[in-house]
Design a binder for this molecule. Structure first.
Ligand SMILES: NC(=O)c1ccc[n+]([C@@H]2O[C@H](COP(=O)([O-])OP(=O)(O)OC[C@H]3O[C@@H](n4cnc5c(N)ncnc54)[C@H](OP(=O)(O)O)[C@@H]3O)[C@@H](O)[C@H]2O)c1
Length: 351
């Protein structure tokens, strides 16, 4: 099998750490360039001892240099904050490198929406038309042809996979959807900050970001494209005292209040029958984050509340694997003409 040399900018973050773990088990991608400003000069296996003995452990962490990266790598993952990635991506694309960006910089198709929600102007709006939204279940063919993939956000991944079948089959009113989502603390990144210190998150449970979480325009954009009319959502996010995982509970009014759970299950089963990573759970079983931990699975549980005429969809993913690095690797697989699941077949460790 041909070896594909890859680079990772943002190696010291949680998303970078997870991608380093996944790449170490990939049969044909090799981590040749690992970038961080703070840890430059260190051997990767010294910084991440879990990598020792695996491919990539001897790579020296370096400061991002677009020219050197382009000379070394066929694909580069940008696991850096929004606002940082757009210029890096521009430099790499100009040098002919394929780019998977983890940040929000290329997810929103309208630069005005980006400016409104991210409070900064887009400096590379000229590249937005090249970016493909990287949800493999929806856009695999476009991803395979893309030079630039905008890897989806973690919450949007759970919500879009959760809602897709219900909207596609016209089961629900789309003007009154409420999404109540909870995330483990790694979703906030690895940088030191008071709100994510142990004593601030352990043994407590709080909402944050209401009612303007930055993932709202991304979710609304993709749902509106699916429904072919403009959709707005109510989206509440919470921080759970666990390391990783997202559980989104989605409430929507059924168009026909007499809809039976069996009808909903049939629509979901039909939509996802060829998507092995989306598991519609058996009737009466609700998803848990521990069963998708470190994996690409999205587990979906379905409840029909006949009394109130509502459909309740519960969608669980792992924010770091399915919601970030695993999905980025799936996209890179497609961009390199590999099977989408290459190096991504692991199950969750249960304890
Ligand atoms: N955490 C998640 O669950 C998750 C899920 C989906 C998407 N994402 C996205 O993935 C990206 C990384 O998230 P994360 O959680 O891994 O963040 P993080 O833990 O805070 O790590 C950020 C990384 O970016 C580097 N970095 C920060 N500012 C930089 C700059 N100005 N120039 C170059 N490098 C810079 C940092 O290293 P140095 O400071 O040493 O350079 C670090 O390696 C973000 O865009 C985030 O929104 C994260």
């Amino acid at each position: 099998m041909k070896t594909i040399d890859v680079g990772l900018v943002g190696i010291t973050g949680y998303a970078g750490m997870e991608l380093a773990r996944l790449l170490a088990g990939h049969p044909s991608m090799r981590l040749r360039m690992a970038c961080s400003r703070a840890e430059a000069g260190k051997r990767l296996g010294d910084y991440y001892p879990f990598l020792n003995g695996m491919p990539g452990a001897d790579t020296e962490i370096s400061v991002f240099d677009p020219q050197r990266t382009a000379e070394t790598c066929e694909v580069v993952f940008l696991a850096v904050p929004a606002g940082t990635a757009m210029d890096m991506a521009g430099q790499l694309l100009a040098a002919g490198v394929k780019v998977v960006d983890f940040s929000a910089d290329f997810r929103l198709r309208d630069p005005g929406t980006y400016a409104a929600w991210y409070k900064r102007e887009h400096t590379r709006a000229d590249l937005l038309h090249k970016a493909v939204y990287g949800l493999p279940e929806f856009y695999a063919q476009d991803i395979a042809r893309a030079q630039l993939v905008a890897n989806p956000g973690c919450y949007p991944t759970s919500v879009l996979l959760g809602l897709h079948a219900a909207i596609r089959h016209g089961l629900i009113h789309t003007d009154d959807m409420i999404i109540d989502a909870k995330s483990g603390t790694s979703g906030a990144g690895r940088k030191a900050a008071v709100p994510t210190l142990f004593c601030e998150v352990a043994d407590t449970f709080r909402a944050y970001g209401l009612p303007t979480h930055r993932h709202i325009p991304e979710i609304e954009q993709e749902l509106s494209l699916l429904a072919q009319h403009s959709i707005q959502i109510t989206f509440s996010t919470h921080l759970v005292p666990m390391n990783r995982g997202i559980l989104s509970t989605i409430y929507a009014r059924l168009k026909n209040p007499a809809t039976r759970l069996a009808d909903v299950r049939q629509a979901f089963g039909q939509t996802w029958q060829d998507s092995p990573w989306v598991r519609v759970l058996p009737e009466g079983t609700l998803p848990e984050t521990r069963f998708v931990r470190g994996s690409m699975f999205c587990d979906i549980g379905l409840v029909v509340d006949a009394r109130t005429g509502r459909l309740v969809i519960l969608s669980a993913i792992d924010n770091l694997c399915r919601g970030a690095s695993g999905q980025a690797l799936a996209n890179a697989n497609l961009m390199c003409s590999l099977p989408v699941n290459t190096g991504l077949n692991s199950l969750a460790p249960l304890v």
